[in-house]
Write a protein that binds this ligand. Structure first.
Ligand SMILES: [Zn+2]
Length: 245
């Protein structure tokens, strides 16, 4: 799994992939609004709401932020603006106009409005897109990597493209649906094929090495997993590419 969503889903990966995770953005904005209070535990996740709404809640467990997945591919400055809006609402502080304006501008973009409308139409229906993208076929990529790295022995799960070109979740393996979903950001001519192959390889390793529940903290990327991942010949180059998506 590759994302910057709920903290327990990512462990060490995000810090090497992104400069600032969503939780880090919220912690920074929190410190700005309440400089004398240490930030609580913060969990941020994307949810399939029917509208581009987002919610924030503070309870004993900490701060929980649920953001519409329509905003999954939003750039960091928009996410920062939303953090000011949500935390401002929670602590009854007025939101600087700069942030309110930036957020509204983004939601009002034509493509965002169209996407919001589309989502309202299809929400509720279960949807995993087929393997065929505009440019790449995920089945072909899967089988190529299968031959190259797994002696062709991995059973093929459902393969699909994410609805949005997410930068926060580049790919994930969903064991309950036995599905690998890859961000549409890789189905673009300017995204190098190597980056897509690497993310597919990473998700295939999740098929190969199941999650380790034996420790107190759920370990998604076990030591074996990480060792296997380094077998990817262009490991470092591919990781660099992901930073520049
Ligand atoms: Zn992973």
């Amino acid at each position: 799994m590759f994302d910057s969503g709920p903290a327990q889903r990512l462990e060490g990966l995000q810090s090497s992939l992104f400069f600032e995770s969503l939780a880090e953005i919220y912690a920074r904005v929190f410190r700005e609004l309440r400089p004398r209070t240490p930030p609580p535990k913060i969990a941020v996740e994307f949810c399939r709401f029917a509208n581009p709404d987002s919610f924030i809640r503070l309870d004993a467990a900490g701060l929980r932020v649920r953001i519409s997945d329509l905003l999954e591919s939003a750039p960091a400055p928009v996410m920062e603006a939303l953090a000011f809006i949500l935390l401002g609402k929670l602590y009854r502080k007025s939101v600087p106009r700069l942030y309110a304006h930036r957020y509204r501008l983004y939601l009002n973009r034509k493509d965002m409005r169209r996407q919001a409308q589309l989502v309202r139409q299809v929400r509720g229906r279960k949807f995993i897109s087929g393997p065929q993208g505009e440019l790449h076929n995920l089945e072909e990529i899967f089988e190529r990597m299968n031959t190259r790295f797994f002696d062709g022995l991995l059973g093929r799960p459902q393969l699909g493209w994410s609805r949005n070109a997410s930068r926060h979740q580049l790919g994930h393996f969903d064991p309950s649906h036995n599905a690998i979903v890859i961000s549409r950001i890789f189905d673009r001519p300017r995204t190098p094929l190597l980056a897509l192959e690497y993310v597919m390889f990473h998700e295939m390793l999740h098929l190969r090495f199941p999650v380790d529940h034996s420790k107190a903290r759920r370990c998604v990327h076990t030591r074996k997993f990480k060792a296997a991942e380094k077998q990817f010949p262009d490991f470092k180059e591919a990781k660099e590419m992901l930073k520049r998506l």
